[in-house]
Design a protein around this ligand. Structure first.
Ligand code: PLP
Length: 402
């Protein structure tokens, strides 16, 4: 943190902007005037290269190359090529990440693959605070294989890990509170009982260093429309540790995951490596937008992103503490190391706080019954914006407390 050690002020926030190593990245996004966008944990901002890249692919590739685009324009390889672009952001290696499907579908596929590979174990373990779609998808995948989804309180996870568990399926950052869970510790605990560790990285990818390889995580999924800025409904990614790929079967095999799709062979023969987890034709227009969006990460260290994310969150919390009414309380962990890139605040009239802040140009979101969520995307936010947002949110809550 800088030398200035006074209460927060716009000058102090601007001093941080002056020395911000990521300050030069902000122009890589189309930032609407007068808006402080704190909802990048739901939908990332539009990177500047996306409109031209999508125009080019629509008009020049689809429009002119037509069917030959599949071979001449690199469309067929896009799921793996983009996977390799995401890999360094989440600490994976080349050939370990594939972009396909949606997070829920990818999760169901990997849970299914894990259960099929561990036939002597019939439990998928998860925590009750997991994202509901993960619970539905994991339960569905388990049901199809005569297995059970065991849902426990987070505090009970270590005790619930036993030798019946095939895969422990968790989300690294809690979507409600922004709490960052212990990925290395939970992975090691799963491995101790011979289970696989599967993480949902929706709220981590592009916001913090995940270190999949470093921590020996087996499987992961995540969306690309939050901190990776791929656009509304952009495809998800899935990760399978290299050493495990030959052992796992895609439970939803499709022609493009076949070793030789254009032989139209009746028998299923999986492609080598991560490609076997592909099922269907890649959505080229969506992948084009994602590809251009990933340019925003060029030359950016994820450790630098994390350092700024922690500071933005601390600034926001400290200003809310100073200026907010007593009814506005911090629901996220206060310690930056235990928090993802989001700060959630509790207020009895949370929906109205979010709406009043939005009227003043601060976009966050509301989660029933009483949470205001604010996400901090370090690539496009400035410290001054976050300071102003905290002032406006405090003022909105104060006016509702009167
Ligand atoms: C943590 C988490 N998991 C899963 C999902 C669902 O993703 P999808 O709509 O790509 O299936 C979301 C969506 O926001 C999410 O936040």
């Amino acid at each position: 943190m800088p030398a200035v050690d006074t209460a927060w002020s716009i000058e102090r926030a601007r001093a941080l902007d002056d020395e911000d190593a990521l300050g030069g990245i902000r122009h890589r996004f189309l930032r609407p005037d007068g808006l402080v966008y704190l909802d990048g944990n739901s939908l990332g901002m539009l990177p500047t290269g996306v409109p031209e890249a999508t125009r080019r692919v629509v008009e020049e590739e689809w429009g002119r190359a037509l069917i030959s685009g599949w071979t001449e324009c690199g469309w067929m390889e896009a799921p793996e090529r983009l996977g390799d672009r995401i890999a360094p952001i989440i600490g994976a290696g080349p050939g370990e990440v594939l972009v396909a499907d949606t997070t829920s579908v990818a999760l169901a596929k990997l849970v299914g693959a894990a259960l099929a590979a561990r036939r002597d174990r019939r439990v998928v373990l998860t925590s009750a605070d997991n994202f509901p779609s993960d619970l539905y998808a994991a339960a569905g995948a388990a049901r199809l294989q005569g297995a059970e989804l065991r849902v426990v309180d987070r505090s009970e996870l270590p005790a619930a890990l036993d030798e019946d568990v095939a895969v422990c399926c968790l989300t690294q950052v809690d979507f409600r509170t922004g709490e960052l869970h212990d990925l290395p510790g939970l992975t090691a605990a799963a491995h101790e009982v011979g289970a696989l560790a599967l993480f949902d990285l929706c709220h981590s990818a592009g916001a913090l260093p995940v270190g999949l390889g470093e921590h020996g995580v087996d499987l992961a999924v995540g969306c690309t429309y939050k901190y990776l800025n791929g656009g509304p409904g952009s495809p998800s990614f899935l990760y399978v540790r290299e050493g495990l790929q030959g052992e796992l079967e895609n439970p939803l095999p499709g022609w493009l995951g076949h070793e030789t799709p254009f032989d139209f062979d009746r028998r299923w023969r999986p492609a080598e490596g991560i490609r076997r987890f592909l099922t269907s034709t890649p959505p080229i227009l969506a992948l084009t937008a994602l590809d251009a969006a990933l340019d925003a990460f060029e030359g950016v260290s994820i450790d630098t992103v994390r350092a700024k994310s922690e500071r933005l969150g601390q600034l926001f919390i400290e200003v809310i503490d100073d200026l907010g009414p007593a009814s506005l309380t911090v629901a996220s962990p206060r310690e930056a190391a235990r928090r993802g890139s989001q700060v959630s605040l509790e207020h009895p009239r949370a929906g109205e706080v979010v709406a009043a802040a939005a009227d003043k140009g601060v976009v966050g979101d509301f989660r029933s019954p009483g949470l205001c969520r604010f996400g901090f995307a370090p690539l496009y936010l400035s410290y001054a914006e976050v300071f102003q947002a905290a002032e406006l949110v405090s003022a909105a809550a104060t006016s509702l407390s009167d």
